[in-house]
Design a protein around this ligand. Sequence first.
Ligand code: PLP
Length: 379
Amino acid sequence: MNKPDSKENLLLMKPFMPPLEEFQIHLELIWASRMLTNCGTIHAEFERALCEYLGVKHICLFANGTLALMIALKALKLRGEVITTPFTSPATLQAIYWNNLKPVFADISEPDLNIDPSAIEAAITPDTCAILPVHIFGTPCDVVTIGQLARKYDLKVVYDAAHCFGVEIDGKSVCNSGELSILSFHATKVFNTFEGGAIVCHDEATKIYIDTLKNNGLDRDFQLTGYGVNGKLNEIQSAFGLCQLKYVDDIIAMRKAITLKYRELLSGIKGLKMLPDREGVKHNYSYFPVLIDPAEFGAGRDELHDYLKKKKIVTRKYFFPLVSNSPEFNMYKTAGLPVAEKIANSILCLPLFHDISDDQIEAVVHAIGQLNKSGRNQN
Ligand SMILES: Cc1ncc(COP(=O)(O)O)c(C=O)c1O
């Protein structure tokens, strides 16, 4: 067992793997057919299965979420400024950058840590063409207010839903909001195909156009229609996704139980805040972030990170530093981002994966409690 006091580290996350025998059946079919990629039958079956599972109209599979986001922005033929959150993965920013668009950062709000709609409105200029919100850690943004803003100012909305596989608002997929949403199936996500991603869109014409863009501009008759890139997901990864899909409800249920256990055990610790569930939302429990108030907790976030590392417990400071602080994007900071700065300096994601044991969760909580006590005693 992976005990923190054993030689092995307790990892931040571990991907779920379906039974090898189930994947092997697919592999044998692929070996026999020699159809390895180019949007074959397994790719088509995976797209259908995902549409059904997620309750969305159309899905375009991609080799990863970053390419999906790049193509989503390209498909909308945007020019000018895109308002986005500074509290995100660099991938969100890279997609804007690679489209020659200008990112404009709007601050986030608590407790959901998502982009603040009032900050979006304040950042709108005549050059604004789109909003790119991120449903951070799988908690949905205020899609209703963002939708109203988009209509009022005639803006497109592309959601970065990389953390949101299976998340629903009032029984409907969060990916039904906005013009387009993108998902990531990276190995660290709740649902993975090793690497992979998707664009969710709402009509067939858009799907056909995006499928052309992801195939180097070749349409369904292999005619070159214009620009594009190779963003295709292959048959082996599609087969892996089909195998995973059977288990995703169980995985999310296991993650929920782990989250509830963490919440119960950590609830007495002063200066440590956890993210709440949102009413009406089916969460996927993709991360377990905590916020550390150094004065109350008796030690800072960085100290906690280093202390846990010494105890062989791996944590991550997602998302620190803010992407708006990297030299390339720093020039696009129009106003202060006080909430995002505060959160980035106080957040720590704790180990969370489907089969983390009770002993391991208790060991993480015990170590946090130890530092909390010794830190507070020093004051
Ligand atoms: C918020 C966010 N957007 C986009 C991505 C990009 O996804 P991928 O790693 O599949 O390219 C990630 C990946 O971690 C992410 O966290």
